[in-house]
Unconditional design. Sequence first.
Length: 295
Amino acid sequence: MKNWKSNIISLLSFLLILSVVFLCSESYGKGYRAGTSTGNESHQPDSVPKTREYKLLKSLEVKGATLLSSDKFRNGYVVNERQELLKVGPKGDVLFKFNNNSLGTIKSVDANNPLKILVYYADYSTIVTLDNTLSQTGRVNLLELGSNQVSAACIALDNNIWIFDAILFKLRKIDGNMNVLMQSEDLNALIGKPVHANFLLEKDNFLYLNDPESGILVFDTYGTYTKTIPIYELNSFQKVQDQLVFFKEGKLFSYHLFTFTTEEISLPEIDCTNIAIEKDRLFILKTNQLDVFAY
């Protein structure tokens, strides 16, 4: 009887051990498979085109087209020879227009916030803000601030305005009433050489200042310098998730902010003057034409 009971206990113990091993192996297998399926996949669709399959949606005649920008709703913004700002929808239709002939040439357009679009007129040191219908909502005369040589401007993440004062060599954040909310150190002294900013962009909690000679200077949201990205001779760029996308020498490139690698992005056309991408839309600017592609 004693041996029989011992055998039963041994058998039950063996079965219990087998059950534990089986459950652990199942859990490990599921965990491993789940990790494999998500580890190499993004939770958000990649906005940088990885394919050569483009579909032309529309070609627009835009005489003397110069500047090009885009927003998160897949709209494009282009400036024509009359210094008229056009808002182009995802299907290539002109939705709205804005023009102010009294302020001269448009130097830059920042549409990262589609509800507060910044248009900078450097000739008159004036910033105009527009809503999503390109109706004027604000106007800032930088001369009243004492900044008569602002070389770059953009909308801040908190809907205020960043400018680079080329006299003070400082980044300055101002509000619509021209109150200075914060400013950086003297960047010439900080970097150790003259800073010539031609483009500003604040996105995803970082402020980017482009200097064609020194590269892309990166700051936090308080205007504190963190590093310089060694990409040179640019006029502008976009930040798309964890990449900087820029147009240079007739080609489109992406620079990965974590791997520090640069890749060329294939294009459906050549002879471009500028390019903007937004989710599944590609805007290609030519001298007198804007082409809108889907991908």
